[in-house]
Write a protein that binds this ligand. Sequence first.
Ligand SMILES: Cc1cc2nc3c(=O)[nH]c(=O)nc-3n(C[C@H](O)[C@H](O)[C@H](O)COP(=O)(O)OP(=O)(O)OC[C@H]3O[C@@H](n4cnc5c(N)ncnc54)[C@H](O)[C@@H]3O)c2cc1C
Length: 380
Amino acid sequence: MIQFDFTDDQKMLRDMVRDFTNQEIKPIASKMDEEEQMPKELIDKIREVGLLGTVFPTEYGGGGFGEVGYCIAQEEVARGCLATATFIGAHQSIGSNAIYIGGTEELKKKYLVPLAEGKYIGAFGLTETQAGSDSFNLRTKARRDGDDWVITGEKIWITNGPFADIVSIFARTDRGITGFVVETKSPGFKAGAKEKKMGLRASATSTLMLDNVRVPKENIIGDDGRGFLIAMKTLDAGRLGLGACCVGAAKEMMELSAKFSKERKQFDQPISQFQAIQFMLAEMATLIYCMESVVYRTAAAYDRGEQISRYSAAVKLFCSEGLDKIVDMAVQIHGGMGYSRELPIERFYRDSRINRIFEGTSEVQKLIMGREILKRNGAF
Ligand SMILES: Cc1cc2nc3c(=O)[nH]c(=O)nc-3n(C[C@H](O)[C@H](O)[C@H](O)COP(=O)(O)OP(=O)(O)OC[C@H]3O[C@@H](n4cnc5c(N)ncnc54)[C@H](O)[C@@H]3O)c2cc1C
C-alpha cells in the first residue's frame, strides 16, 4: 500500500509498537479471551512502553505523538488484540482525553499527568440505562454542597469500570450536563460485576454506582453546564482511534487470509488460485486502503486543530462497517478453520462487532452527518 508520509519518529513508534504487539500481546491474546482477563503484567508492560499516554504532550506526561501517533499505536496493538486496544482507548482516548480537552491546568497536573504516565487507569462514564444513543438524556445528578459536588446515579457499560482509578463522569446539574473527575476510591462509589460479552472478553466492562459521592469543586471538567460539549468533543477523537483499531484488525485479517489461501489446497491446487478467493482479498484491500486513508487524513486534520466532528463520524461509520465485512470474508476464506477457536479469526470476528455500536452506533454517526450535510446545504 502507498505509505503515509510518516515522520521518522512516527515510524519508530510504529515499529516499536509492532514489536511489542508481536512479543507481548499476540502470544497471549487467545488465552486472555478464553479467561476473560487481561493480566496485570501486560498492563504493567503497556505502561512501561508509554502506551497509556501516546497522544498527550510531553509536558503532561505523554509521548507527545498527537492523534496521528496515537492512531499508529492503536492500529498496531489492534493487530494483536482488539480487547487490549479497547483497554488503552477507554483509558487514554476518552477517559483521560476528556480532562485534556476540558480541564483546567490544575486538573491536568493533578490527574492527566498520572493518567498519561499510567500511574492511574482511566475510564469514561457517559452511558446510562435510558441514555445510550440518547446520551443527552442522562439522569445522574450532581448538586453543590459547600466546596464539594455530590454525585448520585448509575452508569452502565463502562470500559475499565471494574479497576479504573479515575472516571470522567458526566452528570446533570442545575445548569445542564457537567463533567467531573471522580476518584473511584471515594466513599459511595462502587463498580458492578464484569459484564459477560460476545467479544472483547479481556476488556472489562461494568456498571458504576455513585451514591452521594463527594468530589471537590476543583474536579469539575470545564464550565458547569458545558459538559455535553466536552463529552462530544472527546468522542470525536475517540472515534478516530477506534477507526485506527479497525484498520489494524483488518490488516491482520487480510495477511492471515492471504497466507492461509496459499497453504490450503483443494481440487489439487492452493485455494489462492481460485478467482473467488482473490476477489475477496481484493475487496479487503480496497476497504483497507480507504479506511487507512480516512483515519490518517482526519487524524492529521485534528492535530492541526481543525473541526472534525462530521469527518470522525464518517471515519467511525466506514471503518467499523468495513472491518465487519473484512472479518466475515476472512472467516469465509478460512472455511471451517475460520470458525475454529484454534485460529484468531473467530476471535476477531466476535471482537469486531462492537465497533458498530460503542462510541455511538452506526445510525448515530449517520444522524451526526445527516444534520451537518443539511446545515451546509448539501456540502460536507
Ligand atoms: C462493550 C461496550 C463498551 C462500552 N464502553 C463504554 C464506555 O466506556 N463509556 C460509556 O459511556 N459507554 C460505553 N458503552 C456504551 C455504548 O456507547 C452504548 O452501548 C452505545 O452508545 C449504544 O447505546 P445503547 O446500547 O443504549 O443502544 P440504544 O441507544 O438503545 O440503541 C439500540 C438501537 O436503536 C438505534 N437507535 C437509537 N436511537 C436512534 C435514532 N435516533 N435513530 C435511528 N436509530 C436509533 C441504535 O442505532 C441501535 O441500533 C459501551 C458499550 C459496550 C457494549
